[in-house]
Design a protein around this ligand. Structure first.
Ligand SMILES: [Mg+2]
Length: 381
């Protein structure tokens, strides 16, 4: 089998009255870059590049202009060989960030092709399913704009997730310690003690501030404290971890086995959060997960894209080992982004829905989703 074409779509949707904020900025739009890898046997693979600071067209251009021409004529089943080749091609200036997100999208598409070629879901190719449904937590509770009371709006949103059956939810913090404590207290009071609550500062603090916040909110039974300090500040991470009774999570801004080696070797976090669509795709996530199991550090993937990235992440999640294996393992939580995203569900013909707090993991070949080409054409830039 040979790759014949690599295509990318940059999609954008505006959020006219649903702009939302977090500790770093406010956004009024969602974007994503989707890639389609075609072969001479008629099989196509889908992938998505994680978009955050974007614009998504940078990832799309790396996929189409840099990696695409290098892929034509290659065997898509050689994903390991291809990964190392492409990584090395841009290594001098592309060891982290958008280049690796672009590489992730391609790698995901190659695994989709492999699954379709063999008639197996990707999780089977990864070694089988530890679970066939994913216990989901809601990522949301961003800062709504133009509301009379942010606190009231957050409480209302949190109660909505409880009603939907979520067993956990994650609140954005990083607005200043006083404000953070007020939001955490209001939400914990509203949802009760039985639902897991995580907080995410998106690296808003220095170590001293993060430790202060951790001590103030530990009484509210916080399951993890995500990205307390900037991703480059590993010493800060270790200081916060040493001084917090709340487990510390991080890794959505880290890339490849080389980046995660530092987080793991220094034991900078309690919970690693690589994003499949950013950290290097399945090929690299397998290696990161292997390192995590060897170090006995939990891994809970970061997930924040459309249904393409979500489908891929569910496949990886099925095959994610228990860390550690034991008789009564604690099921990992799957990140289910509920923030405003008009593109999320529309890009694929298949839809995902929460049932009793879980998302089911497709057992169709590959990622188990097909692109809705009419929808994609409508939102393509
Ligand atoms: Mg986060």
């Amino acid at each position: 089998m040979k790759i014949t074409e690599v295509k990318t779509y940059v999609l954008q949707a505006m959020l006219p009255d649903k702009a939302f904020g977090w500790s770093q900025r406010v956004t009024d739009r969602r974007q994503t870059a989707i890639c389609v890898v075609s072969t001479d046997e008629g099989l196509q693979g889908l992938g998505e590049a994680f978009y955050f600071g974007g614009p998504a067209k940078i990832a799309a251009e790396i996929i189409s202009d840099v990696f695409g021409p290098l892929l034509v004529g290659r065997d898509p089943l050689d994903h390991n060989v291809i990964w190392d080749y492409l990584y090395n091609w841009t290594r001098d200036q592309g060891m982290k960030g958008i280049t690796i997100s672009a590489l992730s999208a391609i790698d995901i598409a190659l695994w989709d092709i492999k699954g379709k070629a063999l008639g197996l879901p990707v999780y089977k190719l990864l070694g089988g399913a530890y679970r066939n449904k994913a216990r989901a937590y809601a990522t949301g509770l961003y800062e709504p704009q133009n509301v009379p009371s942010v606190e009231k709006a957050l409480v209302e949103e949190a109660l909505g997730y409880k009603e939907d059956g979520f067993g956990g939810m994650k609140l954005k913090v990083g607005y200043g310690i006083k404000t953070d404590v007020r939001y955490v207290m209001a939400i914990r009071e509203a949802i009760g003690e039985d639902i897991y609550l995580m907080v995410d500062a998106n690296h808003a603090y220095n170590a001293a501030e993060a430790i202060r916040l951790a001590r103030e909110i530990e009484r509210f039974n916080i399951y993890w404290f995500e990205e307390p300090v900037p991703p480059e500040d590993l010493d800060g991470y270790m200081e916060v971890k040493k001084n917090s009774s709340i487990p510390i999570a991080g890794g959505e801004c880290e890339y490849t086995r080389y980046g995660f080696r530092e987080l793991i070797n220094r034991r900078a976090v309690d919970i690693l959060q690589p994003d499949l669509c950013a950290a290097g795709g399945f090929t690299e996530m397998i290696k990161i997960a292997a390192m995590a199991t060897a170090a006995n550090i939990s891994l809970v993937p970061h997930v924040w894209g459309t249904n393409v990235g979500l489908a891929a992440s569910l496949q990886f999640f099925a095959a994610l080992p228990h860390i550690p294996e034991r008789r009564f393992p604690d099921e990992p939580f799957f990140e289910y982004d509920r923030s405003s995203h008009p593109l999320r569900d529309g890009v694929t013909l298949e839809k995902f829905a929460l049932k009793d707090g879980y998302l089911s993991i497709p057992d169709r070949p590959g990622l188990g989703v097909k692109l809705d080409t009419v929808f994609v054409a409508k939102y393509a830039l």
